[in-house]
Design a binder for this molecule. Structure first.
Ligand SMILES: C[S@@+](CC[C@H](N)C(=O)[O-])C[C@H]1O[C@@H](n2cnc3c(N)ncnc32)[C@H](O)[C@@H]1O
Length: 258
């Protein structure tokens, strides 16, 4: 039997992230940002992209002239984001930190947390910790923009199996929904060609599920007042996998008096 190497989450997923997930997904988040932040963004001077991955959104905001911080827990993601910003000649300060406890050197006007990154915390109660850490990172009146996978996504989409092939590289993903823990889980199986052999590795990613009321409550507890939400379906255009109710985008304002 072939040996399977277990990796921590976002090791190989980080290394190959842009090859597999950049296109066409970055367009989805670009569209969402235009709708959610279009009117706000020109008034802002600084931002933090939380769980920044390879730094694509952080770079886009820095190119607009914002002062940008980028935070991620994965050392590989941080290194890739830092290298991408350096290669592009765009000033982005990358910090390795946990979204539940991160602190920025100075308050910012906007915190983004994209591509269901916020679902990645280990426990349900961590949502309030993230909301509090974000509120602390924002100036009063600042905005928090994020998206979540909802239970329907874990129940309807995650149990399927799909794969992508690139020269010398195959990614097979399959997963499911654990109702007892209210969590989605996905296994990324990697097959990487090394000379005449293929090396097989496995990463497991889990995501916590929250009902909209739980999200509203955590945001209120952390001091956010105006909370708006959008179903993600229109941003995905013709993607047959995404049905109404699977993913929601949120924009919340830290109360000016909090
Ligand atoms: C699906 S990726 C999204 C990356 C990026 N936001 C994007 O839109 O491409 C999830 C990211 O969350 C990061 N992450 C997971 N748990 C985290 C935590 N507790 N604190 C900070 N980042 C975390 C992972 O390292 C990974 O980069």
């Amino acid at each position: 039997m072939a040996q399977v190497r277990a990796c921590p989450p976002y090791r190989l997923l980080a290394v190959h992230y842009d090859r597999f997930f950049f296109f066409p997904f970055h367009r989805v988040w670009q569209r969402a940002r235009r709708v959610l932040l279009g009117k706000i963004l020109p008034q802002l001077g600084s931002a933090c992209d939380l769980a920044c991955g390879t730094g694509t959104t952080a770079l886009a905001m820095a190119r607009r002239g914002l002062k940008v911080f980028a935070v991620d827990l994965s050392p590989t993601m941080c290194r890739l984001a830092h290298e991408k910003a350096r290669r592009a000649g765009v000033p982005v300060r990358v910090l390795r930190a946990d979204m539940r406890t991160f602190r920025l050197p100075e308050p910012v006007d906007l915190v983004t947390c994209e591509f269901d990154a916020i679902n990645h915390v280990p426990r349900k109660v961590d949502l309030t910790r993230v909301a509090r850490a974000v509120a602390r990172a924002l100036r009063p009146g600042g905005y928090f923009c994020f998206d979540v996978n909802n239970r329907m996504a874990f129940q309807k989409i995650w149990p399927s199996t799909w794969w992508i092939e690139r020269p010398g590289l195959v990614l097979v993903m399959h997963g499911g929904y654990d109702a007892r823990r209210d969590k989605g889980w996905t296994i990324a199986e990697w097959f990487v060609r090394e000379g005449r052999r293929w090396r097989r590795s496995r990463e497991r990613v889990e995501e916590v599920c929250w009902a909209p009321a739980e999200i509203q409550r955590s945001l209120h507890l952390a001091g956010f007042d105006q909370i708006r939400s959008w179903d993600a379906t229109p941003f995905f255009r013709d993607d047959p996998w995404i049905r109404p109710g699977c993913r929601t985008f949120y924009l919340a304002r830290r109360s000016p008096s909090a």
